[in-house]
Design a protein around this ligand. Sequence first.
Ligand SMILES: O=C(O)CCC(=O)C(=O)O
Ligand SMILES: [Fe+2]
Length: 269
Amino acid sequence: MEPSFLAEAMKATREFFNLPLEEKQKYSNIVDGEKLGMDGYGNDMVVKENQVLDWNDRLNLLVEPEALRTYRLWPTQPPSFRDILSEYTVRCKAAANLVFRNMAKILNLQEEHLVNMIGENSITQAIFNYYPQCPRPDHVLGLKAHTDGSIITVNFADAEGLQLQRNGVWYNVPIVPNALIMNVGDIMEILSNGFFKSLVHRVVTNAEKERLSLVLVYTLELETELEPVSDLVDDKRPARYMKIKLHDYMEKYHDTYATGTLAIDGVKI
Ligand SMILES: O=C(O)CCC(=O)C(=O)O
Ligand SMILES: [Fe+2]
């Protein structure tokens, strides 16, 4: 993606979070004064006694399929915000499709297998994350350890802070200027019958500077029966994940996310 466009997208993100609170709350994710909608501005709701809280501020917006967008919750400040997000969605999809084609090849599937499976009606969610400076970074995480409920996730961040876990050790993900970070999510782990592993990651806080990230989460249609691709299952490699409707998986995902445990562990055979 052109560096100038990426810079514009980051600038619009920063300008949104710099707005006065009452302006941002026009896009609040609170429905009828209590429930939390998927879309909108705010924090995660406290739904569990033992919930792990995060040091961040978020704006969630469904971007694909276009017909399901809730424009009422799309900021009109800064004025360029909506156009930039629409354009960012199109450009990211081109990058994601490249990756889907290559992953299909690695799995010995038809090159278009994943792209066709995703089709026109799959859900893509944009998540804008703002992590304020934090006086006690040794005590507080920006975002608790989790995997994404995605096929893949595309992340554009303005500073370090993202960490990935491998064999129980946390590693910093470096910032490469103008590069997007992509990680595998739970749906891809299930589809690939465990060939690709969903990445456990978290965000640490920083005492000196704030941090922003723009994340696109690629998923499928909610009615999809999620299970390993049949070409990847045989007597030698039996299915390692139970079949589950994506809608039901996402419900489990949100429950486990709140408590800092992993939904994918619950569907392993
Ligand atoms: O802020 C980041 O870099 C990562 C955010 C993230 O992991 C998420 O939104 O799922
Ligand atoms: Fe994530």
